[in-house]
Ligand binder design. Sequence first.
Ligand SMILES: *Cc1c(COP(=O)(O)O)cnc(C)c1O
Length: 365
Amino acid sequence: MSRPAHARIDLGALRRNYDTARRIHGGQVLAVLKADAYGHGAVACAQGLAGLVDGYAVAFLDEALVLRQAGIEEPILVLEGAFDADETRVAAARSLWLAVHRREQIEWIAAAARVRTAGGATVPAAGMHAWLKVDSGMHRAGFIGDEVRAAYEALRACGNVTGISLMTHLARADESASDMTAAQIRAFDAATQGLAAPRSVCNSAGMAAWPDARRDWGRAGVMLYGVDPMDSPTLALEPVMTLHSRVFAVRDVDVGHAVGYGARFVARRPTRVGLVALGYADGYPRNAPEGTPVAIDGRPGQLIGRVSMDMLTVDLTEHPQAGIGSAVELWGSQVPVAEVARAAGTIPYEILSNVKRVTRSYVGG
Ligand SMILES: *Cc1c(COP(=O)(O)O)cnc(C)c1O
């Protein structure tokens, strides 16, 4: 038997979550596949969504090129935009959509208007679609206030820009009580007033909780993977990843004896400890505390002891039927990844995108 640490990815669930995103938001929705599709495998997820989606989004050029090389022909938006003129040229040649958030990027687009052929002639390059990024209050990147109109006009003056969309990003949309989202919507609308272009405001939380933020395009990330971004979930989403492994050793530990690094767990009762083949080098959070939920042969169970690099320990005391070979789900359809994230003091985004080294298998393709 080879190492039993696996991530099972349900592409049917991914498609249904995409449908949910589009039904909620209306208009068109980009499927965000950055960070290897939040740890789910970008190429397989893109193929699983092909024919259904209006387009994809990734963080940077290389992530987009991986999808193009795999034969994905739908639009792909590069959310961070180009880092230099060469990247801009490559993006144009591969028909990628580039976010534009600072002046230099517009100059690079203008410079990419003509390409040199193998014979040395200079010919017009393919047209580009730019997504002009508006800083409506998050203050990471983007044009602010009056700069927006100037950037829009500068893009229009580039002969090779054949389409412009207007986008902004919400900083606190996952907090239903925050007034920042309404302020960002107002700032975006004011900065873009009168500009003839499709608009995009919503990430997953925007779609879930802020009907006023819905525009022509949504950008669905974490909700595609079955995670409701709000503290009080309202969306009917299905988990896409099930991270699972098996018990491969069992031992009885007497009262007062410790288990694992740091001897952090000390048995307060005679304890049956199951050793599971999955650890922090596979992406399971090392700081998950004792009591973090797992499922053992389909029944609720708990993590005990410190998570190691390649393995972790679970409490089998109340699982007398369990033993070597028992199935352990770390998160998925039985253990919500949001609960594991909360226990570990982080967010599902981080632990999903950290998954590595385990073998991935795809169902529902
Ligand atoms: C990552 C990202 C998204 C998707 O965010 P989710 O919260 O995962 O839905 C949308 N827009 C931008 C600009 C992003 O960087």
